[in-house]
Design a protein around this ligand. Structure first.
Ligand code: ZN
Length: 133
């Protein structure tokens, strides 16, 4: 949270989205650049609680440079974990694939905070979908 990754909006991009989480007041603007089916560049700017900012930072670090398909897969798994209400069984592959993002698993016990952790991930998914449309 104190050392956000990929913060700042790249000038060269294919899609920009703005997502808000009104229950907490979190906001994120996110831009992506797609090249050869992969996320060539991703940058964001936002404000809000530490969970939303830290989760967006970790997501950015994780998906930048990855094939779009893989990034969407990771988004799906992270969404599943967040919706598990603390019941998810983390597998070894989750830890390999999601890296620092598994640290947010504990947030799933707090339904009010789940949207904070998901904000950046949902923004990434819509930006990538828009960029490919
Ligand atoms: Zn929040």
């Amino acid at each position: 949270y104190k050392n956000p990754q990929h913060r700042g909006l790249p000038a060269d991009f294919d899609a920009e989205v703005h997502h808000v989480n009104p229950t907490c007041g979190d906001e994120v603007t996110l831009r992506v650049k797609i090249a050869d089916g992969a996320i060539a560049d991703l940058g964001w700017d936002g404000e809000g609680c530490s969970i939303s900012q830290a989760s967006t930072s970790v997501m950015s670090e994780l998906v930048t440079g990855k094939p779009v398909e893989h990034a969407i897969q990771l988004q799906g798994r992270f969404l599943e974990l967040m919706q598990s209400r603390g019941e998810a069984e983390l597998s070894e592959s989750d830890e390999d694939e999601l890296e620092d993002a598994v640290a947010f698993e504990g947030v799933s016990k707090y339904p009010a905070r789940v949207k904070c952790a998901l904000l950046g991930w949902m923004a990434m998914k819509s930006a990538v979908t828009e960029a490919q449309a």
